[in-house]
Design a protein around this ligand. Structure first.
Ligand SMILES: Nc1ncnc2c1ncn2[C@@H]1O[C@H](COP(=O)(O)OP(=O)(O)O)[C@@H](O)[C@H]1O
Ligand SMILES: [Mg+2]
Length: 262
């Protein structure tokens, strides 16, 4: 019995990139942002966490990326526990978070090089990597501009480029495409889906653009007031909400929220 539990746990750790167990978080103002959150995301999965404003998405992202502390529960990223191994976790994850601070006085190119140097990438390789990312995110015309002078959409592109500097194996994207124009958005998703498919990079996305989640993600969880109320495939969610007729994720989500959370 004990042995089978042990084997099951080992297998889970081997195939799961992110394991979250019973995570709770209460802010000093008394708001319970996360209530007993448990999820598993397997290696190479494109996962999306959906939910209304204030549901707890960014709080969970901040905890998993070691930028905030949980009150209780546990989580593992690539089998690593954040307490002894938070630096190792930081090396293998990339984060484009909603509230990432960027030095407004740094130029796009210098910020990318600096970020690469933080990951101990040698100067020559750091400069080369910055060049690749500037090209990839079509920031060529902006590369000598200061971050503080960028438009909102270009700042988001820079956030995302900074998240990829060290070629992470897990990517956390917290509403990454807010403010991007349609072309920049399409280009962004091409980069991310290529990394997900060709390099098996695990993606943890939060977004309010449900057509993006519908198009690119395979699995989802729905969080409301800090509680997970659905966890499974996107196809399964649509079927659960409307068994008779195929709905878009947008329609299924609206129907679910209107029926269950009003
Ligand atoms: N630093 C903070 N201090 C106090 N309350 C916070 C803080 N950050 C978020 N909250 C609250 O926690 C809840 C979840 O917020 P958040 O995780 O940002 O939600 P989401 O990303 O889903 O919109 C909200 O009620 C929000 O007001
Ligand atoms: Mg948020």
């Amino acid at each position: 019995m004990l042995l089978s539990y042990f084997c099951h746990s080992i297998i889970l750790i081997m195939i799961s990139e992110i394991i979250i167990g019973n995570v709770c978080k209460k802010y000093p103002n008394g708001i319970e942002a996360l209530k007993d959150v448990s999820l598993e995301i397997s290696k190479g999965q494109f996962f999306t966490l959906l939910g209304p404003n204030g549901a707890g998405k960014s709080t969970l992202v901040r905890i998993l990326t070691t930028l905030a502390r949980k009150d209780s529960g546990h989580f593992l990223i690539a089998g690593l526990h954040p307490d002894p191994d938070y630096r190792k976790i930081q090396k293998l994850i990339g984060v484009a978070s909603q509230d990432n601070e960027i030095d407004p006085a740094g130029t796009v190119e210098n910020l990318l090089i600096f970020q690469a140097r933080l990951f101990r990438i040698p100067v020559k390789d750091a400069t080369q990597r910055a060049g690749v990312l500037i090209k990839l995110f079509e920031l060529g015309n902006e590369c000598r501009k200061k971050a503080g002078e960028l438009s909102g959409g270009n700042k988001r592109r820079l956030h995302c480029a900074l998240a990829l500097v060290h070629k992470p194996q897990v990517l956390f994207l917290d509403e990454p495409t807010v403010g991007m124009d349609p072309l920049a958005r399409a280009n962004f998703w091409e980069i991310i889906t290529q990394m997900n498919r060709a390099e098996n990079v695990t993606v943890f996305l939060t977004t309010q653009y449900l057509e993006e989640a519908d198009r690119y993600a395979s699995n989802m969880a729905l969080i409301n007031e800090g509680k997970i109320c659905y966890n499974g495939t996107i196809a399964g969610f649509k079927k659960m909400v409307n068994p008779d007729r195929a709905l878009s994720l947008d329609d299924a989500y609206l129907k679910y929220i209107k029926t269950n959370h009003r």
